[in-house]
Every structure is written in C-alpha cells, then in structure tokens.
Design a protein around this ligand. Structure first.
Ligand code: FMN
Length: 283
C-alpha cells in the first residue's frame, strides 16, 4: 500500500487525488443568475445530499486551483441566494461538459451548451429542460474551507421543490434505470448508472447473523468471493437442517456442492445455499 502525506501535494495534485479516489461522484448542473438577471450554468461534482429534514444538499464551486479566483456560480449564489441543481443523464453528457468551459462572467452557458432554460416554480434561476431530476434550492449557508487556490467554498442549500420527468418514475419514486445518470471519476473518466452497472443489494434485516457466524470451512474456501460470504452473512438466521439430507444429496461430490452453493448465493436463494452448506460442512 502506497501512502502519500497530503501536506506533500500541491493544491492541483491534491485535487487530482481527491477526484481520482472518490468516485464516482454525482454531478450537480447548477443554474444561477447574477444580480442583473443574466443566466449561468456549470457542473460541480463535489456534491451530495446531507439531510432530509429540512431537505439539504451541498456542493462546492471552489476557488480556482491555478489562481484562487472565484467562480461565477459562487458569486451569483452569494448575491441572489437561489439556485437550481439539475442532475445529469447520459444523454446530456457532452452539453454538460461544454457548460464547464471557462467562459467570461455574464456569458450564458445555456446558449453555449444548447441546453434549454425553463421557468422554475419558486425561484428566479432557470430549470434545465433536458434534466430528468432537478431541485429548486435556497441558500442555507456558505462554509469557507480556506482562502488559497483550490480552497473549498461549500454551498449548503435547502431544497424547496423537486422536479422529475413522469417517465422516470417507478412506484412513484425515481427509477435509476430510466434516470440514466452519469457520475464523475478521475481525469476524463465518467460512469454511467445504467444496465449492468446498476445492481441491487438487500438491506440488512434486523440483526444479520454476521461473518463470525459462518462455518470455518467456508471462510477458508477459495470457491466463494468476499461478496458471496457477505451475502450469506447477511442472512437473518442460520437455518438448521439437522438430520435433513437425502441419501443422494449426501453422495454429492465436493465440486458439485461448491457449484450448488455458489449458484444458490448468486441467485439470492439463501435457504437453498444453507442446505447445501449443511451437507458440505458434514463432509
Ligand atoms: C463534471 C464536472 C464536475 C466539476 N466539478 C467541479 C467542482 O465540484 N468544483 C469546482 O469548483 N469545479 C468543478 N468543475 C469545474 C467547473 O464546472 C468550471 O470551473 C466552470 O467553469 C465553473 O463555471 P462558473 O464560473 O460559471 O461557475 C467541474 C467540471 C466538470 C466537467
């Protein structure tokens, strides 16, 4: 394991380490206006949600790493206290990218990117028509995390209302497949949350039995991955099959049992997995 002391890095190198290692990050495409009402649009991936009551999000339009100068998004929010956060679907990738270019102040990135401004319901800055999930926000507070180049300027905002495209709803909640959002990785890399990249994990119910309750013969086995063992450890109980095995099952070879256990775990049939484990451990 290589260790790097943060103090030994320049602000630009530090940014590359943070962005390369904390991935993928959601992207806030932030729409603001200045005090004269000119529109501005720019993406920010130092972004997330931080509370539900009140609904709170934060993102960071930081001081530029090269010269410490301030970004338009920061200046606009400081003066108007309002902003729209639009999330970015795969179909918007290239247009979002254009909106990140360093245009002079008072340049409307809606025009440059070709994204469409739409009137918001509760605030002055425009919604982004192409974005399937957006939030109208009011400034809660700004936290300054330093004063030099690359230093953090954290904008904390309260969500006043959510907007979602009707066709991106599943059971009245956002459907990840249809939102098809992208995230930012390091350098020029992005992630698309779609198809095989999306997967489900069962929430622990009550008190899962835990890794320590797994039989030793499984923990030392090489046919199961850490995720396979983790899924088994997430069982809400360890079924007992005492005396419950057919003579044919008891004759099964180790490779067959290993295959059955693996398949049952992969197909979320934990009860079956435990049955085969019972026979496997009795070998
Ligand atoms: C996907 C993506 C994510 C970005 N994330 C950030 C970020 O979190 N913080 C930041 O200061 N700049 C970030 N940038 C760069 C800004 O978008 C860029 O500096 C932009 O010109 C700022 O525009 P403004 O001056 O109109 O606010 C990001 C760029 C891209 C393409």
């Amino acid at each position: 394991m290589k260790t790097i002391e943060a103090k030994s890095l320049s602000p630009i190198e530090t940014n590359a380490w943070l962005c390369g290692g904390i991935t993928p990050r959601p992207i806030a495409l932030v729409s603001t206006i200045n005090s004269e009402g000119s529109r501005n649009l720019a993406p920010f991936s130092f972004f997330n949600a931080f509370g539900s009551n009140p609904p709170t999000i934060a993102f960071a339009p930081n001081r530029r790493g090269r010269d410490g100068s301030l970004k338009d998004t920061y200046r606009n929010i400081k003066s108007t206290e309002q902003f729209v956060v639009a999330t970015v679907s795969f179909a918007m990738t290239e247009q979002m990218n254009i909106s990140s270019a360093d245009y002079p102040p008072n340049f409307d990135e809606f025009v440059k990117s070709g994204l469409t401004p739409e009137k918001a319901k509760m605030i002055q800055p425009a919604l982004v028509k192409e974005s399937p999930f957006q939030m109208e926000c009011r400034l809660n507070q700004i936290i300054e995390l330093g004063s030099g180049p690359g230093s953090g300027l954290m904008i904390i905002g309260e969500v006043l209302c959510f907007h979602i495209s009707e066709d991106c709803l599943l059971n009245n909640l956002p459907d990840p497949e249809r939102l098809d959002q992208i995230g930012r990785n390091g350098g020029a890399y992005y992630t698309r949350a779609h198809g095989e990249a999306l997967f489900k994990v069962a929430k622990p119910m009550g008190e899962p039995i835990g890794y320590d309750a797994l039989p030793d013969c499984l923990k030392t086995a090489t046919f199961l991955t850490a995720n396979d063992l983790g899924r088994l450890a997430n069982s809400d109980h360890k079924p007992s099959f005492m005396g419950l095995r057919s003579p044919e099952d008891a004759q099964m070879t180790k490779p067959h049992l290993e295959q059955y256990i693996t398949e049952a775990i992969h197909n979320h049939r934990l009860e079956d997995a435990w049955y085969w484990i019972h026979i496997y451990s009795a070998e």
